[in-house]
Design a protein around this ligand. Structure first.
Ligand SMILES: NC(=O)c1ccc[n+]([C@@H]2O[C@H](COP(=O)([O-])OP(=O)(O)OC[C@H]3O[C@@H](n4cnc5c(N)ncnc54)[C@H](O)[C@@H]3O)[C@@H](O)[C@H]2O)c1
Length: 258
């Protein structure tokens, strides 16, 4: 069985200009069946219809709040029912992309904001992985890709401040530890760390000046496209990427070099 005779599950996949949708579309173009999971159920359904119309792939949408265990369990059960009914092939890949940012100076943060940012980014990655991983282990083949950020590596400097950086750094530790623990289970776990990507995540609190300043810090002189990030994520789910385990792929235009 090739990887693309499987289903790829993508969280945070509804936003029309987001990395999640670009990733879901890319998986579908590369031959995978796709599950679109998102907090925004109507948008998730619209995205699924759009991707199915563009690619002819089997695409299933379901609501999920990745930070809520019962909601994640319900989404998993719904996907499992589609697989058991033969409407989707077995799940082979999971892209944990759902995330929120926190452009708030540290002393203006609240415990509520801290908890929310950690819950969606870090706990969400934990809960969704915990739900889908047993099926990947049982199949003896799987790919998990977690969404971190250059902010975790360089301490912000793009947009998200301390809670966001802490959450995205947690995802890197999570990725490395799980990668080691899975050992020879046939499941790889890797992370990607983009710098600024041209999506709507900053739309509520950005300005042309801020976007210019972000772009000026990138040697390539532009922000990444969502599709460029999607291309790396889906490549990490190929057989060719089978020897990458616990690694973080930088997608930052040269703006942070180790
Ligand atoms: N855009 C960037 O510059 C950038 C850079 C580095 C990392 N990232 C990360 O990439 C991911 C996607 O970012 P984007 O720019 O596409 O963002 P976006 O805001 O366009 O999309 C995020 C999606 O996540 C969904 N979502 C939010 N909370 C959720 C929850 N609790 N449960 C399920 N879904 C939820 C939203 O509905 C939305 O569809 C995020 O994790 C973000 O932190 C983005």
């Amino acid at each position: 069985m090739t990887s693309t005779q499987r289903t790829a599950v993508v969280t945070g996949a509804a936003a029309p200009r987001g990395i999640g949708k670009a990733t879901a579309l890319r998986y579908a173009r590369e031959g995978w069946a796709v599950v679109v999971l998102d907090l925004d159920e109507p948008a998730a359904k619209e995205t699924a219809e759009d991707i199915a119309a563009q690619t002819g792939a089997a695409v299933f949408a379901h609501a999920v709040d990745v930070s809520d265990e019962a909601s994640v369990r319900a989404a998993y059960e719904a996907v499992r029912a589609e697989v058991d009914a033969g409407r989707l092939p077995a799940v082979g890949a999971l892209a944990n992309i759902a995330g929120i940012t926190s452009p708030v100076p540290f002393l203006e943060t609240t415990l509520e904001l801290w908890n929310k940012v950690l819950a969606v980014n870090a706990t969400g990655t934990y809960l969704v992985t915990k739900a889908f991983l047993p099926d990947l282990i049982e199949a003896g083949w799987g790919r998990i890709v977690n969404m971190s950020s250059v902010s975790a590596q360089q301490g912000g400097g793009v947009f998200g401040k301390t809670p966001y950086c802490a959450a995205k750094a947690a995802i890197l530790g999570f990725t490395k530890s799980l990668a080691k623990e899975l050992g020879a289970a046939g499941v790889t776990v890797n992370a990607v760390a983009p710098s600024a990507v041209d999506t709507d995540i900053r739309v509520a609190a950005t300005s042309p000046e801020l976007e210019d300043a972000i772009t000026r810090g990138v040697p390539l002189g532009r922000q990444a496209t969502a599709d460029e990030v999607a291309g790396v994520i889906t490549w990490l789910c190929t057989d060719d990427a089978g020897y990458l385990q616990g690694t973080t792929i930088d997608i930052n235009g040269g703006s942070f070099l180790h």
